[in-house]
Each structure stands twice: as structure tokens, then as C-alpha cells.
Design a protein. Sequence first.
Length: 94
Amino acid sequence: MSDPFFLIIYVGRDNAPSVKHCLGGIARQTYKRWEAIYVDDASEDNSVKEVTRVSKLLGLEKRLFLADSDERKPMGAHLWHFIAPFGERVGTPK
């Protein structure tokens, strides 16, 4: 595979102050074959609104997916709920 695709997973809880810095770093990547998922673990601040605002500001709306939850869960539970619809993967529970 000469041109691999990357999935960036950004997991956070109550991290609104760092969203602009983190998403800015992702947006500055020179490699173009990537998408990102922001997984919010039931933040009590405005993290989800800030992710939405900053992703629009940086032009990431088509490449950044948001997986937010009102309930705290282990990270794997959040990710499985979000990526399961994409089909069977290596390690998929039977």
C-alpha cells in the first residue's frame, strides 16, 4: 500500500481549553489521507460545542466525526459504538 489512510482518534473529557490547539495540529498535517474522530466522554464543559466551532473554523467538518455521550464509559465502549456500523474489523467480537 503506497498511499495509506490514517484514522486519528482524539478522546477527551472536559478539555475545551485544549481543543483549538489539538485540532489545529491535526489540521496542519501535510499528509492528506486521514480522517479523525473526536470521542467525548460525557464532558460537563463546552467541549463538544468547542470541537464543532473549531472544526468549522479550520475547515475540518468533512473529515472530523464527533462521537459524544451523555454517559461516562470506558473508551473502548465509545469507540465500538461509533465504528461498529463500518463493518467487520480484525478483532471484531463474534
